[in-house]
Design a protein around this ligand. Structure first.
Ligand code: PMP
Length: 364
């Protein structure tokens, strides 16, 4: 590794977030001259052979790492996950259909708001009684008979609440997996559509990974504006317009890296280890509180508070000075939050846990 790479600090930001140093080094090395072509990948036509090949490899990498079945298309799209909040109901609720949504926190709320602007929405669970710090028991979730799909946010990045088991229902589940994709295996039988903004576990912000079952695409209306129509993106092989080439190139590199590490079983094992280190630090220091129902604590975003807002701010400031960056909670909820995605080394979680112990001892 270069000196620059060894001088990196631990970055606990929620997304954009830390990416594997090895991946950044490859990208940096290839920036000016991609594989002997005499130009960088961001300077090439998206129709050129090297770029088309990068897209094919990124798609193959996602399919292999996640085990995406052949009856599902893989798309890389602009607009982030937010664009999907509206595009999904536009495609799947045409003709007056309705969908079930679970309101589990800030991101589900946005998905619900956009779906309501497009079609009929039944909010079949609303977590307000727990202040969105808990989820329904997955076994108790029943979809409405006429629902076209059930929408869930599998990991609420701001609240730090994560489904441990996905519900089993009679309709396809549509899931926002932005902040947990590639961290554990997925039972694809349950899902009709999965989407994930890239900027946590797969690459830079701006691009969204969309996995959609072929039978759902067949039901999409054909009178939508071109960019809003999944069928057009599938036909254009994620190049309906000039695509975010650099982002997809980074996804390809991250998939190579993840395969080299051992894929999803490695990722799941590491996520369990990293999060345990932090939840243990919270548990052994009365000084910290995690507001999330213990059954649904996220392995990706660990939220906690100190005894006062003043101490929260002090914690964030002093941790930053100690080389632990990005620990401020989301501006809408305050407190502290450690986002620990695939690229966060175990040493990062250990360094944070030690800092937490020392800070509690000094300020408690
Ligand atoms: N869903 C979840 C769970 C998220 O965490 C985010 C972003 N943090 C989004 C959706 C929105 O993603 P984007 O900013 O890429 O549109």
């Amino acid at each position: 590794m270069t000196t620059t790479a060894t001088q990196r600090i631990f970055n606990f930001s929620a997304g954009p977030c830390t990416l594997p140093a090895e991946v950044l080094e490859i990208a940096a090395g290839e920036m000016l001259n991609y594989q002997g072509t005499g130009m960088g990948i961001v300077e090439m036509s998206h129709r050129s052979k090297p770029v088309v090949s990068v897209f094919e490899q990124a798609e193959a990498g996602v399919r292999e790492v996640l085990g995406v079945p052949e009856d599902m298309h893989i798309l890389f799209m602009g607009g982030g996950a937010t664009f999907q909040f509206g595009m999904i109901p536009m495609n799947l609720l045409a003709g007056g259909k309705s969908a079930d949504y679970i309101h589990s926190g800030a991101w589900a709320k946005k998905a619900i708001a956009d779906a309501k602007a497009v079609g009929k929405v039944n909010v079949i669970f609303d977590g307000k009684d727990s202040n969105y710090m808990s989820l329904p028991n997955p076994a108790s979730v029943k979809a409405s008979a006429d629902a076209a799909y059930l929408h869930i946010c599998s990991n609420e990045t701001i609240g730090g609440v994560q489904w441990k088991d996905y519900p089993t229902v009679d309709v396809p589940i549509v899931a926002d997996m932005s902040s947990e994709i590639m961290s554990r295996p997925i039972d694809f039988d349950k899902f009709g559509l999965i989407y994930a903004g890239a900027q946590k576990n797969i690459g830079p912000a701006g691009v969204c990974l969309v996995l959609i079952k072929k039978d759902l695409v067949a039901q999409c209306p054909n009178n939508l504006v071109g960019y809003l129509n999944y069928a057009g993106h599938i036909e254009g092989e994620s190049m309906l317009n000039t695509p975010p080439v650099f982002n997809v190139y980074m996804i390809k590199l991250v998939m190579d890296w993840l395969k080299g590490k051992g894929g999803l079983s490695w990722a799941a094992d590491m996520a369990a280890k990293r999060s345990k280190i932090l939840y243990d630090a919270i548990a052994r220091n009365d000084f910290y509180t995690c507001p999330v129902d213990a059954k649904y604590r996220s392995l990706m975003n660990v939220v906690f508070t100190t005894p006062s807002e003043e101490l929260d701010n002090k914690f964030v400031k002093e941790s930053e000075a100690a080389g632990l960056s990005g620990l401020k909670g989301h501006r809408s909820v305050g407190g502290c939050r450690a986002s620990i995605y695939n690229a966060m080394p175990i040493e990062g979680a250990e360094a944070l846990a030690s800092f937490m112990d020392a800070f509690a001892a000094k300020n408690g």
